[in-house]
Design a protein around this ligand. Structure first.
Ligand code: FAD
Length: 509
């Protein structure tokens, strides 16, 4: 019998879900409806993405160049973190590796040993993505090139345009859109959600409900009363103000995240404008001061009035309960420091597609879904907290709190091992792999006290040769890359878009 999946919400998460489901299921099997309200609107700030979005688009059969044009996108090789240790410091967290693995060992371990003898050594020179980003260069990675050092890429996008693009895609595949405000939600005797009642008198009956209603979490929190795990003792920023501005026409192929007195400021270059915003803690800074500070930093002419957004870091205790799945902001929120929200939406969708069968939506599937989604949220959370903690800044009350706060056990243990011997544990499930942790820890001058003996005792000359060789290869490779601006203006017409080179649970494959 045909099942009916009802999606509540038409923001980035709603339309990503609708597009992926309509591509995955046959219409005889599943009918898909989506309800949204133009009166309520969307958050729609998500502009910086990470490389997994390429995998999502490719799976949907979306032509990447078409997507780049439709969303006013630019390419992104990583994030530049400014002032995240001493003031006037900077490093880039790239999409890619540092050097090449040596046997089973990650390159960063050898680099740390090299650094002991060469205090001025610069880790950033060992990453193609960082060197290219800082020279404002971009081309598609070509893994067949023998001098290639692994990198990949993502995009800066207009999230509202992306949602429109996916709406068009999903409607063409049969998704039915309903415009209206949901006034109430009815439960069956068993406690499942049975129907939605709209203000305009319409009723929507469904078998599965996907809650993409944003911070309201209309079904999960509202109808099913599922609790929220509050993480704001570790992530104390609870507000943002965003103002788009005229483009400076530089098109940096990276996002910028600059630490400031009570939070941090983002700058995201799109093809037609620049996204600017400030994430801050209301306990340490007023909205008025935040807005004034941001305005003062914006280079181009502002294009809209300031948009203030409030949030709380944390996640729903469970994201799949009964016949309801929460995806997007209704499932949790982590500040956009590492551009992870759209990834977490994608994760929820992919995991649902993997575990949901129209014939048997059992409780094992729900358990696995909740376990994986929960772990992913926690590991992204730890990675973000680490930035605040490892900054070791003490120049304001905000930073003194961050550098002295008690960490979650999972993060404390990870940092203890790193501090004691330089090791960064590689987990199976979880977005940020060892090179990302190494980039941020080394970038923030957070060094281990000791290295394992076998690494510390490596021959100095051999280490120097290894690092020099890596730096030379990268420098020669990047020299031949075109400018990002030039690449964008032709959109790489004479080059094949490479496969995403990613699968959902590995970094490169
Ligand atoms: P929303 O966009 O809020 O959509 C909710 C939908 O539900 C709307 O369509 C609304 O109409 C509908 N709805 C709600 N209630 C009802 C009702 N009663 N009846 C009918 N419809 C209803 N993510 C990134 O990946 N990268 C970034 O750089 C990034 N930056 C961010 C910056 C900030 C300051 C914030 C707050 C978030 C950022 N995010 C970022 C997160 C990103 O914006 C969200 O993950 C994304 O927009 C998804 O939101 P959503 O679709 O879950 O919710």
């Amino acid at each position: 019998m045909q099942q009916h999946i009802v999606i509540v919400g038409g923001g980035t998460s709603g339309w990503m879900t609708a597009a992926a489901l309509s591509n995955h299921f046959k219409s005889e099997e599943i009918k898909i409806s989506l309800v949204e309200s133009d009166t309520i609107g969307t958050v729609g700030v998500g502009e910086a993405t990470i490389p997994y979005l390429r995998y999502f688009n490719q799976r949907l059969g979306i032509d990447e160049r078409d997507f780049v044009r439709a969303t006013n996108a630019t390419y992104k090789l990583g994030i530049e973190f400014i002032d995240w240790s001493a003031q006037a410091s900077s490093y880039v967290h790239p999409f890619g590796d540092f050097g090449e693995k040596i046997g089973q060992d990650e390159f960063y371990l050898y680099w740390l040993a090299h650094k002991k003898n060469n205090p001025l050594a610069d880790f950033s020179k060992c990453s193609t993505a960082v060197v290219a980003a800082l020279q404002q260069k971009f081309t598609y990675p070509k893994s067949q090139n023998k001098d290639w050092q692994g990198y990949t890429y993502a995009f800066h996008i207009d999230a509202l345009k992306y949602a429109h693009y996916l709406r068009h895609y999903a409607e063409k595949k049969g998704v039915l859109r309903h415009e209206g405000i949901i006034e109430s939600v009815e439960l069956s005797e068993s406690g499942d959600i049975s129907k939605l009642l709209l203000k305009n008198g319409q009723t929507l009956v469904g078998d599965i409900f996907i809650d993409c209603s944003g911070f309201r979490s209309l079904l999960m929190a509202g109808a099913l009363n599922v609790g929220f795990e509050d993480w704001s003792r570790w992530l104390i920023c609870d507000r943002a103000v965003a103002i788009p501005s005229q483009s400076d026409n530089q098109f940096k192929p990276y996002t910028q995240a600059q630490a400031m007195q009570c939070g941090w400021r983002w700058e995201i270059p799109l093809a037609n404008r620049t996204g600017n915003g400030l994430v801050y803690s209301g306990a340490y800074m007023s909205d008025e001061n935040a807005c004034a500070y941001l305005k003062n930093k914006i280079v181009g002419c502002p294009l809209a009035e300031p948009n203030f957004i409030q949030f709380k870091a944390g996640r729903r205790v469970q994201s799949w309960v009964r016949n309801c799945v929460a995806i997007g902001l209704s499932s949790g929120f982590l500040e956009p420091l590492e551009s992870t929200s759209i990834y977490l939406i994608q994760l929820g969708i992919m995991k649902f597609l993997e575990l949901y069968s129209p014939k048997a939506a059992g409780c094992n599937a729900r358990q696995e879904f909740n376990q994986v989604v929960g772990l992913e949220y926690e590991r992204v959370r730890d990675f973000i907290i680490m930035h605040y903690y490892a900054a070791q800044r003490t120049d304001s009350d905000f930073w003194r709190y961050c550098s002295h706060m008690e960490l979650p056990d999972s993060l404390r243990e990870r940092l203890d091992i790193y501090r004691a011997m330089g090791l960064i544990d590689q987990y199976e499930i979880g977005l940020f792999k060892t090179p990302s942790w190494a980039a941020a820890l080394i970038g923030q001058q957070f060094f281990p006290a000791h290295l394992q003996r076998r690494i510390a005792d490596l021959d100095k000359k051999a280490l120097l040769n290894l690092v020099n060789d890596c730096e030379h290869k990268i420098s020669a490779y990047v020299k031949k890359m075109p400018d990002h601006k030039e690449f964008l203006s032709h959109l790489g017409v004479d080059q094949e878009v490479p496969p995403s080179g990613l699968n959902f649970y590995g970094v490169f494959c």
